[in-house]
Ligand binder design. Structure first.
Ligand code: ZN
Length: 133
């Protein structure tokens, strides 16, 4: 499998409207619009930084994965996303290496990407997303 770059850092915030201010007003990044992914119960906002992006994540429902994350850990880095050349092939390879997958098959992510998450128990505690655009 070929990992091309760090695609984005996923950061959980209580509300994008307030959570974005540090990134936009202090660091001067530009927010490129928001998108709600209903099946993941999340609204995302992307802020490009050079070759990568910051992805702010706000929950749309109290039982969504981001709501649960915020409840347990509070605001902060929730996942790291690596861009790969071929997501399905990467998942097959990881499975063969004994890495547990949260998503056995790619699913729809923000910005038209195909994404899949790996199980943090097999990544030393880091929630890793792989994505293909
Ligand atoms: Zn992400």
């Amino acid at each position: 499998m070929k990992v091309l770059k760090i695609d984005h850092l996923g950061i959980a915030v209580n509300r994008i409207a307030e959570g974005k201010n540090f990134w936009t007003d202090v660091l001067g990044l530009k927010l490129e619009g928001t998108e709600t992914i209903e099946e993941q119960k999340v609204t995302t906002a992307f802020l490009p930084v050079g070759e990568s992006e910051v992805e702010l994540l706000e929950s749309t429902a109290p039982d969504g994965p981001i709501a649960k994350y915020l409840e347990k850990k509070g605001e902060g880095i929730q996942h790291i996303a690596f861009r790969v050349e071929n997501l399905e092939a990467a998942l097959d390879e990881l499975k063969a290496k004994g890495i547990r997958l949260i998503d056995e098959k790619p699913r729809h992510g923000a910005g038209g990407a195909k994404i899949a998450f790996l199980h943090p128990k097999d990544t030393h505690g880091v929630l890793v997303e792989l994505c293909e655009r």
